[in-house]
Design a protein around this ligand. Structure first.
Ligand SMILES: [Zn+2]
Ligand SMILES: [Zn+2]
Length: 210
């Protein structure tokens, strides 16, 4: 496959995606990104992962490396977070590592081609004319916070009523009990756990700072 010394245009950082697609011969990448966004409502983060998978797959193909694993799995092993890497079966991990060791793929230089979701956002907005601005129909953080708070309140009162029934049946010896519930959420990629309010305050998990 032809490779060109396509320098990144310093005035147009969005084109890191275009330059990489060009260099790796990914002629249909833009169309694929458009479709994933439009038809599957893919997030910018999912699109950035997709771009990285395609770059990786194409680099391996160019180097003649045959790995019987899907691009997402290869990506998890080569550039995923430790948690993503560990989610892949150990035998598959070893097979991918061995194949890469035997190849002359320079993973370090490939890593510099990988894209952030900010890069993908600029590429979609400025280059493909795809608007990624949040629409009025999207749920707001405040609406989501209120929805979670009302679920917690409902469940809290169900718990209190159930315990109250036990107390009245003399199956539980205690004073009137007050329940408190906290929703905690864990990102499988960075493995960080947050109180849901804390995550909504921060607007991102630890992945964003990796
Ligand atoms: Zn671009
Ligand atoms: Zn995370």
């Amino acid at each position: 496959m032809a490779t060109s010394d396509h320098d990144l245009d310093a005035d147009d950082p969005c084109c890191k995606v275009a330059a990489a697609a060009d260099r790796r011969g990914l002629a249909t990448l833009d169309e694929e990104l458009r479709q994933l966004r439009k038809d599957q409502d893919a997030s910018l983060r999912e699109l950035a992962k997709y771009v990285d998978e395609q770059l990786l797959e194409s680099a391996l193909r160019e180097a003649g490396v045959e790995i019987a694993a899907d691009p997402g799995t290869v990506r998890s092993v080569v550039i995923g977070t430790p948690a993503e890497e560990m989610s892949v079966d150990v035998a598959v991990r070893e097979r991918i590592a061995t194949a890469l060791d035997r190849s002359d793929v320079d993973v370090g230089s490939l890593e510099r081609e990988f894209v952030s979701h900010e890069t993908v956002r600029r590429h979609l907005n400025d280059h493909l004319g795809v608007d990624t601005a949040r629409s009025r129909a999207d749920p707001s953080v405040e609406e989501t916070r209120e929805m979670i708070a009302s679920i917690i309140e409902r469940d809290r009162s169900v718990v209190e009523q159930s315990l109250g029934s036990l107390r009245r049946a003399d199956r539980l010896d205690s004073g009137p009990l007050e329940a408190s519930l906290t929703v905690r959420v864990t990102c499988p990629d960075c493995e960080e756990t947050y109180a849901v309010d804390e995550l909504l305050d921060e607007a991102s998990c630890a992945c964003a700072s990796q």
